[in-house]
Write a protein that binds this ligand. Structure first.
Ligand SMILES: Cc1ncc(C[n+]2csc(CCOP(=O)(O)OP(=O)(O)O)c2C)c(N)n1
Ligand SMILES: CC(=O)[C@@H](O)[C@H](O)COP(=O)(O)O
Ligand SMILES: [Mg+2]
Length: 635
């Protein structure tokens, strides 16, 4: 047997092992860690470019800081693979994002090194500030707290709310701005350009360089220098010109920009910054996808590429189960362009997910009428509201899970004023490997409680197109929420002529005598399969696709409750307060008393895993529907 030489990475089972290495060995650790990530993600898909970009930063952080006592808070967390691998999860990393395996994001109950659970953007500075303030109150003077936030996440309002708060404190907080000048798509808005400007500005950097040189340079940063800096903090701030630096204006000490791929320099800089108390920000410049050429060149595709060939960089696209079918997001994107070509009032809005939701198609064709507003869901909603007040027809596309951020804006800025904003909630329902932070399972429940809101979910692609068509006709005097799932539909010829759908009208899709199955959205597809399986057991089920959760098709429901004693409702959303609850409310309010069973997402957070597995866990796949229907009929 050939004995494979033990690598440095093999020796690192925890950051304590990393600390035993000399700084000279760190570049080799980075090389090995990068190779490990490339190997792992090419065969077990996940987020890719972001983790490659922070390899050096990750190694330097764990080398310098006393983790887990010192607290690292990763923003979003899609870049934390290196962190996981260095903190005892290398062996388990092949289970990343798999059912019962490691989570794709930092998670407090997975590891003591994961200081804060993440997945949604722009939370890190707030959480880290809370930790730093707590440490202060507990008099843990030796504890460091570090937030690592990307330039994309820095476009989120929460990040600025946190800076505003933190700058006014003496909290011992380091914010590391990982600036790769990229979000998933190119970073939108002025912040990206601002960061580029301060990285490139010769005048600004010359002044700063001279200051640093005058102080004895960062890498020569000895005790004397430290004392000098502390004594001359005010002068230093003024020399660095508050008004020329956004972060200084927030009363943060700003350091950088520095090369985020020079691990030895990073380690020295972090070591030095440990000695400086108070809120401070280190601006680190990195390249997303660093070390994998194709990922460097095509950063959007390699954000989360799926399976790929690590030798050639070829991405293996999986395609849809039904031949020639398309993803729902494409149906949305193409339909939006088609409608916008005819209706000049249509405007598109996406908070930083143009490729994810396919709004990129409209942005490419009609850049004046389609907006990527940055990671700013709250703003996206109120921006749409403003547009609607002026007679525009805003299609505001937000992933269901990220819309949770903008609930107040939905109520306060849109619904109270009954503005006809068209919300398209992509990734409605369970999403799979991203897990509980990303499952879009709450929207039916949170939207249906809002007065004036129309809530609907297409079962298939033609339905999505027709709902979009109906929404933009100018007849609605209120907002509408159209939710549809991640992934593919099953109707290849979905490009059919538009048909207007009557608001609040459902449809019967099949006849049956033993029970009625009421579905909303894509669950209808599973129900159709289940009904065929039930027929083999001589159970005859009727199928009703309600399409609208609000207003409910009361005429249809009345006829259902009159005819059926057994009723099963199915939804890819939370049971509590969802579609089934709406049906129960209808039953109670109208004096009906059939036996109703609700299938949906139970009242707990559903972990990550393949969609198939998660549907099974929740009992909303065809087998789950068959089993529930059988129980209902037999009992
Ligand atoms: C609230 C919210 N909106 C949108 C997203 C989707 N999202 C995940 S990562 C990302 C881009 C983040 O860019 P950046 O912070 O610069 O990190 P990078 O990927 O460049 O390392 C976006 C938009 C999210 N996770 N949370
Ligand atoms: C980390 C994050 O929030 C996004 O990258 C998200 O994982 C994208 O999800 P989709 O793959 O469904 O677009
Ligand atoms: Mg970035």
């Amino acid at each position: 047997m050939v004995k494979v030489k033990e690598t440095l990475l093999d020796k690192i089972n925890s950051p304590a092992d990393l600390k035993k290495l000399s700084t000279e060995e760190l570049p080799e650790v980075c090389k090995e860690l990068r190779e490990f990530i490339i190997d792992a993600v090419s065969t077990n898909p996940g987020h890719f470019g972001a983790s490659l970009g922070v390899v050096e930063l990750t190694v330097a952080l764990h080398y310098v800081y006393n983790t887990p006592y010192d607290l690292l808070v990763w923003d979003v967390g899609h870049q934390a693979y290196g962190h996981k691998i260095l903190t005892g999860r290398r062996e388990a990393f092949d289970t990343n994002r798999k059912f019962n395996g490691l989570s794709g994001f930092p998670k407090r109950d997975e590891s003591e090194y994961d200081a804060f659970g993440v997945g949604h953007s722009s939370t890190s500075i707030s959480a880290a500030l809370g930790m730093a303030i707590a440490s202060g109150l507990k008099e843990e003077k030796d504890r460091n707290v570090v937030a690592i936030i990307g330039d994309g996440a820095m476009t989120g309002g929460m990040a600025f709310e946190a800076l505003n708060n933190a700058g006014a404190t003496k909290a011992n907080l380091l914010v590391i701005l990982n600036d790769n000048n990229m979000a998933i798509d190119p970073n939108s808005g002025v912040i990206g350009q601002y960061l580029l400007n301060i990285s490139k500005s010769q005048t600004y950097n010359k002044v700063k360089k001279e200051v640093w040189e005058g102080l004895g340079k960062l890498d020569g940063f000895g005790e004397k220098t430290r004392k000098f800096i502390q004594k001359n903090q005010h002068a230093l701030k003024n020399i660095l010109l508050k008004e020329n630096n956004l972060f200084e204006a927030f009363d943060f000490r700003y350091f950088g920009p520095i090369d985020g791929h020079d691990v030895k320099y990073l380690a020295k800089a972090l070591q030095d910054l440990k000695k400086i108390s108070g809120p401070k920000l280190l601006h680190v410049v990195t390249k997303k996808g660093k070390g994998f050429l194709q990922a460097e060149k095509n950063q959007t595709k390699f954000h989360a590429p799926g399976l790929f060939n690590k030798e050639t960089g070829e991405i293996y696209t999986s395609g849809c189960q039904v031949d020639n079918a398309h993803k729902f997001q494409n149906v949305f994107g193409e339909t939006l362009v088609e409608l916008a070509e005819k209706n000049k009032k249509i405007v598109g809005i996406t908070p930083a997910m143009p490729s994810g939701c396919s709004m990129n198609l409209m942005i490419a064709k009609m850049p004046d009428r389609a907006f990527d507003v940055g990671i700013a869901e709250q703003h996206a909603v109120t921006f749409a509201a403003g547009l609607a007040t002026q007679g525009m027809v805003p299609f505001c596309n937000i992933y269901s899970t990220f819309m949770q951020r903008a609930y107040d804006q939905v109520i306060h800025d849109v619904a109270i004023q009954s503005l006809p904003v068209i919300f398209c909630l992509d990734r409605g329902g369970l999403v799979g490997e991203d897990g509980p932070t990303h499952h879009g399972v709450f929207d039916i429940a949170y939207m249906r409680t809002v007065p004036n809101m129309i809530v609907c979910a297409p079962m298939d692609e033609p339905d999505l197109r027709n709902l979009m068509y109906t929404a933009q006709l100018g007849e609605l005097k209120q907002p509408i929420s159209i939710r549809y799932p991640r992934g593919c539909g099953n109707v290849p010829d979905w490009r059919r002529p538009f048909e207007k759908i009557e608001i609040g009208k459902g449809r019967q899709l099949s006849e049956g005598t033993d029970l009625a199955i009421l579905t909303i959205g894509k669950s209808g597809i599973f129900a159709q399969d289940a009904i065929k399986m039930l027929a083999d057991e001589n159970i005859s089920a009727a199928h009703f696709d309600l399409r609208f959760v609000k207003p409910l098709d009361e005429d249809l429901l009345r006829s259902v409750f009159k005819k059926y004693r057994k009723i099963l409702t199915v939804e890819d959303g939370v049971i509590k307060g969802g579609f089934g609850s709406a049906v129960l409310e209808f039953m109670a309010e109208n004096g009906f008393s059939s036996q109703v069973k609700i299938l949906g997402v139970p009242d707990r957070f559903i972990e990550h895993g393949a969609l198939k597995e998660l549907y099974k866990v929740c009992g909303i796949d065809k087998e789950g529907i068959v089993s529930a229907a059988r129980d209902l009929v037999e009992n």
